[in-house]
Ligand binder design. Structure first.
Ligand code: CUA
Length: 343
């Protein structure tokens, strides 16, 4: 091969490689990682991307060069010269990809193993190694339960920074899927089974929690937020929530309302809720009258056994039946909050 041809080939390869590299770097394909797991996944992504760009540049250079250099003339109907292979070339194009694929497999395996590792508590008293959160999906809301903090529940996910959290994900009805793009991993929420996902957030901030499995009419609205906070702030949040949920009055009821995602479906002025999926809770008095029941009894029944009385215009089974498992104190507080009593 002449030296001029090599220079041409290399020049085309550099131009194609640079173009592909610019597309890879300048377009924000992925969100900035906010967890150690996502950082590792990003590393695999860039590792594979760099290899792909190099191979793309090589193949593009050879094709473009060949198209111009070996183009047949207008009247050239002759066959090309017979070629009986080139052992050295064949060894190279088999060995190099084999080495690259092996390297990708090793890097991926290391990242997978690291990402699935959950540290064991160094001291039994340390509530942050790891943090346990039960992620409960249902049409169409997320509930986050903290077994290490008296089973406190929250409609938004709160996590301490730089601590590994073990998310235990399940569903109460159909298959949903848990996803925080900045955490880099998705995991299905399957009814009747528990899947676990370790997350070690390493950047403070608030990120979207998204359902990524088509789960019904409200699928697109099945969103929440994940807030990563300093460990001390997380612990004081958990303590304050535990205290608030432990009460019985309307103030605790407001917290129960917020923590169970009621606002996703219902309108209720006292809670600033504007949901339109279920009945308007500002009209509970009229609804209780239609049902022919005293207000508080009607509210309690509608929470624990939502199909016992159906408000006209709303289908059976719309409201999840899972709230019958609310602890009694929380249920009492919620009923008195909804009934509007000023205790
Ligand atoms: Cu839950 Cu889509």
């Amino acid at each position: 091969m002449r030296r001029g041809s090599v220079v041409q080939l290399v020049a085309i390869g550099v131009v194609c490689g640079a173009g592909a590299a610019l597309v890879a770097i300048l377009i924000p394909w992925l969100p900035d990682p906010a967890s150690r797991q996502a950082g590792r996944i990003d590393f695999v992504f860039w590792f594979v991307t760099a290899i792909s760009i190099a191979i793309f540049a090589l193949v593009a250079a050879v094709i473009i060069y060949a198209v111009f250099k070996f183009r047949a003339g207008p009247d050239d109907d002759s066959d090309g010269p017979p070629i009986h292979g080139n052992t050295r070339l064949e060894v190279v194009w088999t060995a190099v990809p084999a080495a690259l694929v092996t390297a990708i497999a090793i890097v991926s395996a290391v990242v997978l193993a690291k990402n699935e590792h959950i540290p064991h508590a160094s001291a039994a008293s340390d509530p942050l190694t790891p943090v346990h959160v039960d992620v409960i999906a249902q049409q169409f809301a997320w509930t986050f339960k903290y077994p290490d903090f008296g089973d406190l529940t929250s409609a938004t996910l709160k996590l301490p920074v730089d601590a590994t959290t073990k998310l235990r994900i399940t569903s109460l009805d159909v298959t949903h899927s848990f996803w925080v793009p900045q955490f880099g991993q998705k995991l299905d929420a399957v009814p009747g089974s528990f899947t676990s996902l370790p997350v070690t957030p390493d950047k403070l901030g608030t990120y979207p929690v998204i359902c990524t499995e088509l789960c019904g009419l409200g699928h697109a609205l099945m969103r929440s937020t994940a807030t990563v906070m300093p460990a001390a702030k997380f612990l004081s949040w958990a303590k304050a929530q535990q205290k608030q949920l432990g009460g019985t009055g309307a103030a605790s009821g407001k917290a129960v309302f917020a923590n169970n995602g009621c606002a996703a479906c219902h309108t209720f002025a006292a809670a600033g809720a504007k949901g339109k999926v279920g009945p308007d809770l500002d009209k509970l008095r009229e609804e209780a009258q239609r049902a022919g029941q005293p207000l508080e009894q009607f509210i309690r029944q509608s929470i624990v056994d939502p199909n016992a009385y159906l408000e006209p215009g709303f289908p059976k089974g719309l409201m999840p039946q899972s709230f019958s498992s609310l602890p009694k104190a929380q249920l009492d507080a919620l009923v008195s909050f909804l009934a509007g009593s000023k205790q």
